[in-house]
Design a protein around this ligand. Structure first.
Ligand SMILES: [Zn+2]
Length: 266
C-alpha cells in the first residue's frame, strides 16, 4: 500500500474506533437507585481489547484537567510524587529502600502502621503490579470527575466490573456521592449477586485514591487496611478475580492470592 493511502486508512480507522466506542459520559446508565448525591447505576458495553489497553484513554476531559492541574501545582516535584507511587523497586536493590525500611523488618512494621506496611510490600517487595491507568479505569474515574472535580472536590467511587463471556459484554457498576468516601454500595451488591447467578463474573473491583494538596495529590498505590479487609470479603462472597486501585495516573493491580499478604482489619 502506498504510504499516503496507508496513512489515510489509519486515520479512518481511528475515527471509526471513536465512533464505535463513545465515552462513558455519553452512554445512558441504567439507574439502580439515586438518593440525593448517592448514585448507584451501571453501564453495559461490548467486551473488547480497547477496554484494557493503556495507550489510548479515549475522551476523558475531566481526568485530563485533573492531571494537568496536579502537574502545574506540583511543578518540579511532580515526577518525584509520581514515581513514589509508580516505581516498584527490586527487592535486592536495598540501596533504594529508605532507612528504617528493610524487607526483613516489614513484618514488624505490620504490627505498627498497617497502611504503611501495605505500601511497603507493594513498592519494596513487589507484591501486585503498578501500571499506567487503562481505558476503562480512566473512563469510570472521568465520569465521577465530571460530577465532582478531583482537584477541588476530591471523592472516591466504588466500581464493580463484571464480564459475561457468552454474551461478550461487560457491566460496569458505579456507586459514588459528593462525599470523600464512597457510599455503601448496597443496591450494586444486590444487582451483582443476581448477575452472578446468570453467567456473569466479577472480574474487578475498582476504586480510586487521592491525597490532600499538602501531600501531593497522588493517591497511594496500595490498599488501606480497610481496603484489604473489604477485598477479602469480595473474594469470599463473589470470588472477585482482581482488586484495582487507581490514582488517575497509575493503577495497582492485585490478584486475590495477594490479599492475605496485606495488613487488614479483622
Ligand atoms: Zn482505598
Amino acid at each position: 500500500m502506498k504510504p499516503l493511502l496507508y496513512l489515510f486508512t489509519l486515520l479512518l480507522a481511528g475515527c471509526a474506533t471513536q465512533e464505535q466506542h463513545p465515552p462513558l459520559t455519553d452512554l445512558p446508565p441504567t439507574i439502580l437507585e439515586r438518593d440525593g448525591t448517592e448514585w448507584f447505576q451501571y453501564w453495559e458495553i461490548p467486551e473488547g481489547d480497547y477496554l484494557w489497553q493503556t495507550e489510548d484513554l479515549g475522551q476523558v476531559d475531566a481526568l485530563q484537567a485533573y492531571r494537568d492541574s496536579v502537574k502545574v501545582d506540583l511543578g518540579g516535584a511532580f515526577t518525584n510524587y509520581l514515581d513514589a507511587q509508580a516505581v516498584q523497586h527490586p527487592v535486592s536493590d536495598t540501596v533504594l529502600i529508605p532507612a528504617g525500611i528493610h524487607p526483613d523488618s516489614l513484618l514488624a512494621a505490620k504490627q505498627g502502621d498497617g497502611d504503611r506496611y501495605n505500601y511497603d510490600i507493594i513498592h519494596y517487595k513487589q507484591v501486585g503490579e503498578v501500571r499506567p491507568i487503562n481505558y476503562l479505569e480512566a473512563q469510570i474515574l472521568n465520569y465521577q470527575l465530571t460530577r465532582y472535580p478531583l482537584f477541588s472536590h476530591p471523592t472516591e467511587f466504588h466500581g464493580f466490573i463484571l464480564e459475561n463471556d457468552s454474551l461478550n459484554l461487560v457491566r460496569v457498576y458505579y456507586a459514588a456521592s459528593d462525599a470523600p468516601w464512597p457510599p455503601k454500595p448496597r443496591p450494586v451488591v444486590a444487582a451483582v449477586e443476581q448477575d452472578l447467578q446468570q453467567g456473569w463474573q466479577l472480574i474487578i473491583h475498582l476504586h480510586n485514591h487521592y491525597e490532600p494538596a499538602e501531600d501531593g495529590y497522588l493517591g497511594t498505590m496500595a490498599p488501606s487496611m480497610s481496603d484489604a479487609q473489604y477485598f477479602k470479603g469480595l473474594t469470599e462472597r463473589f470470588q472477585v478475580q482482581a482488586a484495582h486501585v487507581t490514582n488517575g495516573f497509575h493503577t495497582i493491580v492485585l490478584p486475590p492470592e495477594t490479599f492475605e499478604e496485606f495488613a487488614a482489619y479483622q
